[in-house]
Write a protein that binds this ligand. Structure first.
Ligand code: GDP
Ligand code: MG
Length: 597
């Protein structure tokens, strides 16, 4: 296809503003998919995505559009991931296209993720076409939202598209805007091949499928190609485009987006952002700015039933095959036995993987407290990257500890502003900005990532009744007074419960932890001390008193069903417990004990 007849774009939006619905409508209205094949949210393919209505991996589709001027254009849509955990992938996939449709729900307005995504689009020098969606709803206020877009984002919204992705209104106009307002890609057909690796995933039949954007040159079947990052060479055995099913093509030229397969075994070998060129007469200069995405949140995954360790290993290996940003290594815990220390891009990523192990592999898991990566500087000058608080070296050898910080952007209605400021302050945040986006406060905080990974987002949603929106990016490392807090149950340390805390907050956290654990651990035949300690010093303590013998004793009278229920419940509870020394600790304790109220 001629460059002048190609348009490459992405759709960016805050969650629920209608990105997937709009993509579906664009695909459907151009006849790319027959109506009977159309299922809602075509591009959201994974089950978890469907259920939660979020897009995790970038997807792409090629749309042939006959414009009103009679010419046929090839429109390549890349659907970017919508969640902060995948910010790196968003910024990379944005570099594969020249423009963005900025979807804003016209009943809601600009939100934190709208802003974050617009910044990615602006970074990638995109032409941006604002799309005000959901204009079919009575609460729609397009004029107010246009003004807000101009105020907050600083782009011209006077010619924003007025769209209902639900009814199809404004879809034709949007397609015309894509053709006439977004630039055509540039590229040189005769230059050496330079293709950007936009995404990759594992397909059961084809092996690794690689999504590429051709910048210069051309790619054909049977070409021998080199991945410039690690120098590996492969022979291409298939190339094609998504419509949205895979359709083979003869050649991919400059400006085009498509896929290749080349008998690649592992997604690990195909890093997002890498440059692909020909083995012979290839380019010398890779595309700029390649930085692989690195895991920022770590936690331990252990099977509840230690007999399931091999099954867990199998599950984790399979999942890692298809997800280069998920890392793992074997871990042994005195308390939990054999398991894996796993690294994730963020909490959602963690949850997705955990859900899939549970659902697709049917393994009951204990998840230990998520932890960020600390830089521990030793007195001898060595620096250790600490992925697991249990591995924290003895304090006498430690010079200082640094933790990752983030810049958090929060938008919230005025009524809840005070609660949000308090929450950020409680989490050791430093306020950086407080401005107004139209009538809505926009707050920017510098926060430690470790105060955010656990339950910050849940708390934010709950104190604002769901009205706040949140986005963050990691800004760097900073030294602070951080120590390891250990938890002892019946005088034995439970390594899986140890955590890094700020010294000033240690007593408070310790007290909250032991109180929670006292509620979560069932009574035993003996009394159990539960303690929090730093180094050898106990900073909080509770005692769980011993149990009376007969658990059904309190159901007096002859209510047999009730008695049976209680016993069944106890049995079910047993299954999900692990023994620590002489004490059974229920699996949910590992997560619940760490939530702060
Ligand atoms: P995404 O998270 O941005 O991908 O948003 P979705 O496309 O999943 O849409 C979120 C919700 O808004 C869904 O329930 C859609 O049915 C609904 N929705 C999307 N577009 C429209 C629209 O134009 N009008 C109305 N009334 N609802 C819409
Ligand atoms: Mg979606």
């Amino acid at each position: 296809t001629e460059l002048s007849h190609i348009r490459n774009f992405s759709i960016v939006a805050h969650i629920d503003h209608g990105k997937s619905t709009l993509a579906d409508r664009l695909i459907q209205s151009t006849g790319t998919v027959q109506d009977r094949e159309m299922k809602a949210q075509l591009l959201d393919s994974m089950d978890i995505e469907r259920e939660r209505g979020i897009t995790i991996k970038a997807q792409t589709v090629r749309i042939d559009y006959k414009a009103l001027n009679g010419e046929t254009y090839v429109l390549n849509l890349i659907d970017t991931p919508g969640h902060v955990d995948f910010a790196y992938e968003v910024s990379r996939s944005m570099r594969a296209v020249e423009g963005s449709l900025l979807v804003v729900d016209s009943t809601q307005g600009v939100e934190a993720q709208t802003l974050a995504n617009v910044y990615h689009a602006l970074d990638a020098d995109h032409e941006i076409v604002p799309v005000l969606n959901k204009i079919d709803l009575p609460a729609s206020e397009p004029d107010r939202i246009k003004e807000q877009i101009e105020d907050v984002i600083g782009i011209d919204a006077s010619e924003a598209m007025l769209v209902s992705a639900k009814t199809g209104q404004g879809i034709r106009e949007t397609l015309e805007a894509i053709v006439h307002r977004l630039p055509a890609p540039k590229g040189d057909r005769d230059a050496p091949l330079k293709a950007m690796l936009v995404d990759s995933w594992y397909d059961l039949y084809l092996g690794v499928v690689v999504l590429v954007r051709i910048m210069d040159g051309k790619l054909r079947k049977n070409d021998r190609i080199r991945f410039m990052q690690n120098g590996t060479v492969h022979q291409v055995d298939r190339i094609g485009v998504f419509k949205p099913g895979m359709l083979p093509v003869e050649e991919l030229g400059p400006g085009e987006i498509g896929f290749l397969t080349a008998s690649i075994k592992q997604v690990r070998d195909t890093k997002v952002g890498d440059t692909i060129t020909h083995e012979k007469k290839g380019t010398e200069t890779p595309l700029p700015g390649f930085a692989p995405s690195v895991p920022v949140v770590f936690c331990g995954l252990f099977p509840v039933d230690s007999a399931e360790f091999e099954d867990l290993r199998n599950a984790i290996e399979k999942l890692a095959l298809n997800d280069a940003s998920f890392s793992y290594e074997m871990e042994t815990s005195a308390a939990l036995g054999f398991g894996f220390r796993c690294g994730f891009l963020g909490l959602l990523h963690l949850e997705v993987i955990r859900d899939r192990i549970d659902r697709e592999y049917n393994i009951d898991l204990i998840t230990t407290a998520p932890s960020v990566v600390y830089n521990v500087h030793m007195k001898d000058g060595e620096m250790i990257e600490l992925h697991n608080p249990a591995d924290m070296p003895d304090l006498t050898h430690v010079s200082h500890v640094e933790e990752p910080r983030i810049k958090a952007t929060i938008m919230v209605p005025d009524d809840y502003l005070g609660d949000v400021l308090k929450l950020c302050q409680d989490r050791r945040g430093i306020q950086q900005e407080l401005t107004y986006a139209g009538s809505r406060p926009l707050v920017v905080y510098d926060l430690p990532l470790n105060e955010v990974v656990f339950d910050f987002y849940d708390r934010l949603k709950s104190v604002t009744k769901g009205y706040a929106s949140f986005d963050y990016q990691i800004t760097g490392y900073r030294q602070d007074n951080l120590v390891k807090m250990s938890i002892l149950v019946n005088d034995e340390p439970v390594d899986a419960l140890s955590m890094m805390v700020h010294r000033d907050r240690a007593e408070m956290r310790g007290r909250a932890m032991v109180e929670k654990l006292k509620e979560l651990i069932p009574r035993h035949m003996f009394k159990i001390p539960i303690q929090a300690a730093i180094g050898g010093k106990v900073i909080a303590r509770e005692t769980l008193s011993a149990m009376r013998k007969d658990v059904t004793a309190k159901c007096y009278g002859g209510d047999a069903t009730r008695k049976r229920k209680l016993l069944d419940k106890q049995k079910a509870g047993k299954k999900k417990m692990r023994q620590f020394g002489k004490v059974d600790i229920p699996q949910e304790a590992f997560i619940s004990a760490l939530k702060m109220d």
